[in-house]
Write a protein that binds this ligand. Structure first.
Ligand code: HEC
Ligand SMILES: [Cu+2]
Length: 316
């Protein structure tokens, strides 16, 4: 519909919604700018020096006019506020059934990890017509993940998980940019998004053979970093079992009190890197910190593993 060269493709469910709001606001802006310009020009001509226009009874005030310039802008700003707030939630609240893909930004590339096991750099393959959620973090500095054709952009921060979601509506190849200046080669931190038919996407996922899934690799790292030694029911060390922890409230010792936090990605990540900050009630703070020992990508794998055993399934 928008075959207008200034516009990037509209390739997600949210793209037309964002463009509609943008065009509405642009329309309001153009309308008032033109109206004011017109009056300026008209008065310049009419009251120019030497013109015999009537200047005898300049009006001092008009209640009707005041009402107009209060009521119209007030209505317009409420409409813009309500519309854009509604849209903001659509853009940033992923549907519950969205499939997660992990993304790590680093100087100067994007690393993408699919839960089925395949990973890629500076490319993102996604299926058509399915809601996808990106769970993103940075290994070094601030980056920003930007796909113009999907109308989505989100800062990617070290030490935190931020997310984006989209549902692709058009098969094709689209641009991916880092939109936050992040050092010398910032301008090369670019990539391609490939929207594929679901069947092609499935084929692509297993193109290089079916390897271990992200969670299975996480399980391997869980043993390799000796997490399993403490967390899989050792006799000598008292550590909580991690089966079923993910997504549940966890009691945290807080001086003499106990408060609850939800075991989400951020909590698991902090538990591994800063175990002394949040000690599970009833346990000694003996867990060593794994800060600077586990990469961001491996942390995401371990989290995927802990998530995978959330429903009571155990592995090994
Ligand atoms: C020396 C034993 C030990 C090792 C090794 C260890 N942990 Fe722990 N872990 C604990 C103990 C004890 C606790 C509970 C006290 C606390 O919160 O610090 C804990 C807490 C946790 C929690 C919070 C659990 C909850 O119920 O909320 C997570 C998640 C966790 N560990 C993950 C890991 C991962 C992943 C590794 C490996 C990278 C690891 N641990 C290695 C002993 C250990
Ligand atoms: Cu960057």
């Amino acid at each position: 519909m928008w075959d207008f060269p200034l516009f990037p493709d509209q390739a997600s469910t949210n793209a037309p919604k964002l463009d509609a709001l943008m065009l509405f606001e642009l329309g309001v802006l153009v309308f008032f700018t033109m109206a004011i310009l017109l009056f300026v020009l008209a008065f310049c001509v009419r009251y120019r020096r030497g013109n015999a226009a009537d200047r005898s009874h300049p009006p001092t005030h008009s209640k009707a006019m005041e009402a107009v310039w209060i009521v119209i802008p007030a209505i317009l700003s409420v409409v813009m506020y309500a519309w854009s707030t509604r849209l903001f939630f659509d853009l940033y609240e992923a549907p519950a059934d969205a499939t997660q893909i992990d993304v790590v930004g680093k100087q100067w590339m994007w690393y993408v990890q699919h839960s089925q096991g395949r990973s890629e750099t500076n490319e993102l393959h996604v299926p058509l017509g399915r809601p996808m959620k990106l769970n993103m973090t940075s290994q070094d500095v601030l980056h920003s993940f930007y796909i113009p054709a999907f109308r989505i952009k989100q800062d990617v921060l070290p030490g935190r998980y931020t997310s984006l979601w989209f549902e692709p509506t058009k098969v094709g190849v689209y641009n991916l940019f880092c939109a936050e200046y992040c050092g010398t080669n910032h301008s090369l931190m670019i990539g391609k998004v490939h929207v594929m038919e679901p069947a092609d996407y499935e084929a692509w996922l297993s193109e290089k053979g079916v390897g271990p899934s992200q969670a299975e690799e996480g399980g391997r790292l869980f043993v390799q970093h000796h997490c399993a030694g403490c967390h899989r029911g050792s006799q000598t060390v008292q550590a909580p079992r991690l089966e079923g922890v993910y997504g549940k409230p966890v009691p945290i010792q807080d001086g003499k009190d106990v408060h609850f936090v939800t075991a989400d990605d951020r909590y698991i990540r902090d538990s591994i890197l800063l175990p002394k900050d949040q000690v599970v009630a009833g346990y000694e703070p003996i867990m060593p910190s794994f800060k600077d020992q586990i990469s961001e990508t491996d942390l995401l794998k371990i989290i995927a593993y802990i998530k995978s055993i959330a429903n009571g399934e155990t592995s090994q």
